[in-house]
Design a protein around this ligand. Structure first.
Ligand code: SUG
Length: 443
């Protein structure tokens, strides 16, 4: 076995971060629709979370925001002439399309891709399938730039296979790692790859909210990656109805432990059987929170399960990196205290403030893509995207100069925003050594 570590790649909150209520079934996004956002606070919160994980001893990387507004998208929708006129035309005729073109949703890197580490893949490389995110219009804009971004961070094709997103059709609806959990004895050892899907592509879906992940999308990802230890489990329909738009709203796993809400899976017994059968050389641990202790609605509003669950160097028990909102929800806080007091696998909690992201339904776990890497793979990444206190300082100075501290959906029509964002992103390409043609406006 080649030893490996779990790195976190976090999406930087972009300068157009706003509350436009673009994601039906994501209750936080619906509740905060129309409010003023604070993009500067958002990016600084994200950097502070990265610093916490870095200081805890885990490798940390930064993924750049995408170009927004996405002028190309608006041009394809029939708005023309200069870029400023495209924005003005959309603001007048179809403000929802302008909001869509401005969404900073690539910050939620758990949706960037599904990842298979080299210990589990068919050809010994690390495999990535960027998510097509086609259920929501604003998120369907992400796949192409995410592919470019992952190829920049993981450039060595002899070690990394960054595939294209799956064919963009509802049959292959794919939301990436937010619906995938890997369990293992040690990061470098073969793991269990749990793929959680919301609907079968052939069934008629009549739910109140969309089921964003199909079984067939994950089957295709598993085949492409040659992922071993695969288990496919269905998300509970009831959970989707309650606002669980991704499985990571009610489930997170690390090491040998799966931590989840009682109502997460359609068939809990089958899930357990499947995971046990796929686990090689370790005994999976199932840490379940009962509905009686934490009703599903409070699990969703507190985002307890959207914590990061991390195995830290030198520590036997796992650490939960939870959002402040969990500490502020009495029953969720009680559940955490109960876990820590027990003899179970979770031994510690740290709370982080990611409120700007949380108001759009993105907790600590949504903001990061986990990538298990050996030392040699780690050394083959783009060094300029590796987070350390120096990079945090540079990005903080950059964000304090270039980001607004207040943005309403109405402000998205301001033509000055376009220049501000482009100036900011142009500087960022140098800070992160992304090349001279990383963003469409640079080509
Ligand atoms: O896809 N919110 C995102 C939140 C994604 C959270 N990610 C994970 N659970 N892994 C979504 O629903 C809202 C944007 C807006 O309304 O402007 C949004 O897209």
């Amino acid at each position: 076995m080649i030893p490996a570590v779990e790195a976190n790649c976090d999406g930087l909150v972009g300068p157009t971060h706003s509350f436009a209520g673009l994601a039906p079934g994501n209750l936080a996004s619906e509740i905060h629709k129309g409010q003023a956002s604070n993009p500067r606070a958002g990016v600084l919160e994200g950097l502070a979370k990265m610093r916490r994980l870095h200081d805890l001893g885990l490798p940390q990387f930064v993924l750049p925001p995408h170009e927004r507004p996405d002028i190309g998208f608006l041009r394809r929708a029939g708005f023309g002439r200069s870029d400023a006129e495209v924005m003005a035309g959309a603001a007048r005729a179809a403000p929802e399309l302008l909001n869509t073109a401005c969404s900073a949703s690539p910050m939620w890197a758990a949706n960037a891709a599904t990842v298979t580490p080299s210990a589990d893949s068919g050809d010994g490389r690390v495999h990535f399938t960027p998510a097509n995110l086609l259920t929501n219009l604003h998120r369907s804009l992400e796949g192409e730039q995410t592919t470019r971004s992952l190829r920049r961070l993981f450039p060595d094709a002899s070690r990394f296979a960054v595939h294209d997103p799956l064919h963009a059709q509802p049959y292959f609806a794919d939301e990436g790692a937010a619906n995938h959990v890997r369990l293992c004895a040690e990061q470098g050892a073969p793991g269990v790859n749990l793929f959680v899907w919301g609907r079968d592509a052939w069934e008629a879906w009549s739910g109140r909210f969309p089921a964003r992940q199909t079984l067939q999308a994950f089957e295709a990802v598993q085949r492409r990656h040659g992922a071993r230890g695969a288990v496919f489990a269905r998300q509970a329909r009831r959970a989707i109805e309650a606002g669980v738009f991704h499985n990571d709203v009610v489930c997170v796993g690390a090491g040998a432990s799966l931590f989840f809400h009682e109502a997460a899976f359609e068939d809990r017994a089958a899930l357990e059987r499947g995971v046990r059968a796929a686990a090689q050389g370790f005994e999976p641990q199932f840490v379940e929170i009962a509905e009686a202790d934490l009703p599903l609605g409070e699990a969703v509003s507190s985002y307890l399960f959207n914590s990061m669950l991390v195995s830290l160097p030198g520590e036997d028990r796992l650490t939960l990196i939870a959002p402040m909102e969990t500490a502020e929800t009495p029953r969720a806080h009680g559940a955490v205290q109960g876990l820590i007091a027990s003899n179970g696998p979770i031994g510690r909690v740290e709370y982080v403030d990611v409120r700007q992201s949380m108001r759009n339904g993105g907790g600590p776990a949504c903001l990061r893509l986990r990538v298990v890497l050996t030392d040699e793979e780690l050394a083959a990444t783009n060094p300029a995207q590796r987070f350390d206190p120096g990079l945090q300082d540079r990005l903080t100075t950059w964000a304090e100069r270039r980001y607004r501290d207040r943005l309403t959906p109405g402000d998205l029509a301001d033509p000055a925003l376009l220049d501000e964002v482009r100036t900011a992103l142009d500087e960022l390409t140098r800070l992160l050594d992304l090349g001279t043609d990383f963003y469409p406006f640079q080509r």
